[in-house]
Ligand binder design. Structure first.
Ligand code: GLY
Ligand code: MN
Ligand code: MN
Length: 413
């Protein structure tokens, strides 16, 4: 992406931060896997959102003093011996080219910079990304750093920048939408490849492999999440990822997957008949979910409230369940549908930001109603990615076929 995107992200963030502040974000490290092997590195998304840089250990600092902002990126000093094994790390001029920051220094200078910011430059607020998922989670690297700061400079205020960045990330810039469109394009190509090869007798992981092949071939570096390829009753487990069962004639196959391009994600679910024909009850259940998918998409426009849309989806699905004879009383709908209608999509598949918001142009939400009837071996989810526009919405996944007729025709070819 163009560096202007990251410059703008930093500018908009620093407009919200008070004077005498230093914002510090870490790119992070790949955790150890086993022996001398690490898990693949992926940058802290808030660091990436502000820099566009995706290498380990780097640190971005944004210092606001007398209402002027100084940006300094701290990078690893090149280690020429190590580079013979692992390849080159980013150079100062490259870091400026990618991120557009004012200045780049080496990591050795980071702690003295923090110290002088507090002692010489009168910084009284230090803002860190102190996101945590649960009370019991181990302390993150940033929390440990915060603790050190509190011990050494007990008069400094430690503040959490996470919500400010998350709120910015909720509304996508045009450039971000472009990246998501690319991820969706690869995802659709992958789904089509997988659908071409779907047939009774093969294993779920074989279908996953066709999707993986297209993602790799089209240059996607990663996936939005571990692919779900679930046949028959496996589809009643929302995040079934074992993908190791044989597909039977008559099964519906639910797949939920996404390619990731430049860290932006696509997220699509489709449900198809293994033998190419939606029949009887399965067709009825499929069409019930499809009606809800379409009605919810129609409700997406600026000013609509995501919480209300979620309630509308609950109600519509409950009505469909009554129509299908699954329940008698709407309040029992959780028996066959127990997630929410969707989520913001962006640099994270389940993207950050406040959840039950009033929709604004630039937000992207998934719409993913489902019905999961384990006792009948049926699980259906139909998921699209929808951009809120000035006058309504655009279905970014519109090229991914979804009607019974379209899917049957495609599979008959
Ligand atoms: N499989 C993740 C999602 O669709 O939200
Ligand atoms: Mn999904
Ligand atoms: Mn989703």
């Amino acid at each position: 992406m163009n560096k202007e995107v990251f410059i703008s992200n930093r500018k908009r963030l620093m407009e919200r931060v008070e004077d005498n502040s230093l914002v510090i974000l870490f790119a992070g490290n790949a955790p150890k896997k086993s022996a001398d092997e690490a898990y693949p590195f992926t940058p802290n998304r808030n660091f990436y959102y502000l820099t566009g840089i995706d290498e380990e250990e780097h640190i971005i600092t944004l210092r606001k003093k007398d209402n002027k902002v100084e940006e300094v990126l701290f990078i690893k000093k090149p280690d020429l011996e190590k580079e013979k094994w692992l390849g080159k790390t980013i150079r100062k001029n490259e870091a400026i080219e990618i991120s557009g920051v004012d200045e780049v220094k080496y990591l050795e200078e980071f702690l003295p910079f923090v110290h002088s910011s507090i002692i010489t430059n009168g910084i009284t607020n230090i803002w860190l990304d102190l996101e945590r998922d649960s009370f019991n989670e181990d302390a993150t690297y940033t929390e440990k750093f915060a603790k050190k700061l509190m011990r050494k400079y007990p008069y400094v205020n430690i503040k959490c920048i996470y919500n400010y960045i998350a709120e910015l990330r909720l509304v996508k810039s045009e450039e971000e939408v472009k990246e998501i469109r690319k991820a969706i394009r690869v995802t659709i190509d992958g789904v089509e490849m997988l659908m071409k090869h779907a047939k009774p007798g093969i294993k779920e992981y074989e279908l996953e492999a066709y999707f993986d092949f297209v993602c790799k071939k089209e240059g996607a570096k990663d996936y939005a999440f571990k692919t779900i390829a679930a046949a028959g009753k496996n589809a009643a487990v929302l995040h079934y990822v074992a993908n190791n069962s044989e597909i039977n004639d008559g099964d519906l196959i639910l797949f939920d997957l996404g390619a990731q391009v430049n860290y932006y994600n696509g997220d699509i679910s489709r449900t198809i008949p293994a033998n190419g024909k939606f029949e009887g009850r399965k067709k009825d259940v499929y069409n019930a979910v499809l009606r809800v998918n379409e009605k919810i998409i129609d409700a997406i426009k600026p000013g609509a409230n995501w919480g209300k849309i979620n309630e509308m989806a609950n109600d519509l699905l409950a009505e469909e369940m009554i129509g299908l004879g699954l329940i008698k009383d709407k309040k029992d709908y959780r028996k066959y549908y127990w997630h929410s209608i969707g989520h913001s999509l962006g640099l994270d598949c389940h993207d950050v930001g406040p959840r039950w918001v009033d929709l604004k142009p630039g937000m992207i939400f998934t719409v993913e109603p489902g019905l999961y009837i384990e006792e009948e071996g049926i699980g259906v989810r139909i998921e699209d990615d929808v951009l809120v526009t000035e006058d309504g919405n655009e279905v970014l996944t519109k090229e991914m076929i979804k009607s019974v007729e379209e899917i049957e025709n495609f599979m008959a070819k």
